[in-house]
Design a binder for this molecule. Structure first.
Ligand SMILES: CC(C)(COP(=O)(O)OP(=O)(O)OC[C@H]1O[C@@H](n2cnc3c(N)ncnc32)[C@H](O)[C@@H]1OP(=O)(O)O)[C@@H](O)C(=O)NCCC(=O)NCCS
Length: 109
């Protein structure tokens, strides 16, 4: 199976785009690329809904895990992932702009 990128978009009832998210499905690994919610719509549950949909898509791949990398200073995102069953499995030193570490996280599907 070739690499396959999937994007989802969150919209309000009146059609405003609130955020988007994406995953890359490879034969041996599925990774979250990003989850982004518009600033004015944050902390209202949109990120949670986007992540739930990504997890649902990932479960369909038949793989046992869902992986991601996140900036070690990105506490909102790390909280969101931990709340949804992701665990820290590694760290890459000075990965972002040669300053911040990357945290590697994984969820068992
Ligand atoms: C991370 C992000 C997607 C969260 O989206 P959101 O819509 O605000 O999240 P939700 O309202 O669904 O919150 C779900 C959980 O996320 C965590 N969270 C969200 N904002 C938080 C904050 N400012 N501080 C700490 N935890 C936070 C909490 O665990 C929260 O659950 P709780 O409300 O029960 O505590 C959003 O902050 C964002 O777009 N950030 C910029 C892009 C980014 O860094 N993306 C992640 C890396 S790919």
């Amino acid at each position: 199976m070739a690499q396959n990128r999937r994007y989802i978009i969150a919209k309000s009832d009146d059609g405003n785009i609130l955020g988007f998210a994406g995953i890359i499905v490879n034969p041996d690994i599925t990774e979250i690329m990003n989850i982004v919610v518009r600033k004015s719509y944050r902390q209202q549950g949109v990120g949670q809904k986007l992540l739930e949909e990504l997890i649902r898509l990932a479960k369909k791949t038949g793989l046992e895990t869902l992986d991601l990398e996140v900036n070690a200073m990105n506490f909102p995102a790390i909280h969101l992932y931990e709340k949804n069953g992701f665990e820290i499995i590694g760290r890459r030193s000075k990965y972002y702009h040669n300053i911040n570490d990357a945290i590697l996280m994984q969820k068992l599907l």
